[in-house]
Design a protein around this ligand. Structure first.
Ligand SMILES: C[S@@+](CC[C@H](N)C(=O)[O-])C[C@H]1O[C@@H](n2cnc3c(N)ncnc32)[C@H](O)[C@@H]1O
Length: 263
């Protein structure tokens, strides 16, 4: 009798249990809020139109490896991956890392878009050919020595914030579809370290360098000419005595191309 009663009880309560299980609230999806605390910077997402512009300015191609320092919800990494670029987001908040991974899955680019939970100050970004960031001016300054030691030609793109007296090589404002205070992108190209003296077929060249700006002298034909120019990645260009010169640092050797005709 007891067994029958028990069987009846199980039979009656099973559908109820299934219905309850079906109704049981799922674990709510993590929803970040703009302005939420981060380790060194709060989370504010870069407007999509500016993400697009930042990647345009860096001229990313599938040959690049992009790293976003403080990657938030992963939008820059995911956008780069959609352009065929292998990209890695470094984010301290583990919930944001999980959210980014889910977003990359949803967008079908999880094969190219990776995310690590890490402190950007402890992260080796020397393999990146493009670095994107939306941090703070003082953080950019703290990162600057490490950035200047990256391979010449590495492109750095920052949402809005500058890099102290290292003036950006390009600054662009996005007006269309950017309804926010964060609509300016700045690009720097890591300059080779070219300061020094070089004997070249065009004369003896002495270069002083401040970030990408060059000054110095060219001793040629018994005259010493002041020069001004710039270095972009491994390429240099300058004007001396009204003539334009360009060249390239090849290892420790500076290869200068013949001067363009005057005028
Ligand atoms: C202003 S948000 C930018 C997010 C994203 N890069 C974008 O442009 O949409 C800065 C991000 O950096 C993260 N962050 C702050 N300090 C960090 C640190 N020391 N290491 C890694 N991530 C950090 C924050 O959690 C936040 O998601």
């Amino acid at each position: 009798m007891r067994r029958i009663a028990f069987a009846l009880l199980v039979a009656c309560s099973a559908p109820l249990a299934i219905a309850q299980a079906q109704k049981a609230p799922a674990v709510p999806a993590y929803v970040p809020s703009v302005g939420q605390e981060g380790k060194d910077v709060v989370w504010v997402p870069t407007p999509q139109a500016l993400v697009d512009r930042m990647l345009d300015m860096a001229r990313v191609t599938p040959k690049d490896f992009l790293m976003d320092l403080g990657s938030g919800d992963g939008r820059t990494v995911i956008t780069a991956a959609k352009r065929g670029v292998r990209a890695l987001g470094v984010e301290y908040n583990p919930d944001m890392v999980e959210l980014s991974r889910r977003n990359a899955e949803k967008e079908g680019v999880a094969n190219l878009a990776g995310f690590v939970k890490a402190d950007l100050f402890e992260t080796d970004f020397s393999k990146a050919t493009v670095i994107t960031m939306f941090l703070l001016p003082e953080i950019n300054l703290k990162l600057r020595p490490k950035i200047l030691d990256l391979k010449p030609g590495t492109r750095i793109v920052s949402n809005s914030f500058t890099m102290g007296e290292w003036i950006a090589d390009d600054t662009q404002n996005v007006e269309k579809d950017c309804d926010s205070s964060w609509c300016t992108a700045l690009l720097w190209i890591v300059p080779a370290k070219v300061a020094g003296s070089y004997k070249t077929p065009q004369g003896e060249l002495t270069l002083k360098q401040q970030f990408q700006k060059l000054s110095g002298t060219l001793r040629t034909g018994g005259r010493t000419l002041a020069l001004e120019g710039k270095v972009q990645g491994e390429r240099i260009s300058f004007t001396a005595g009204g003539r334009k010169y360009q060249g390239r640092l090849n290892g420790k050797q500076l290869e200068l191309e013949p001067a363009a005709a005057k005028g």
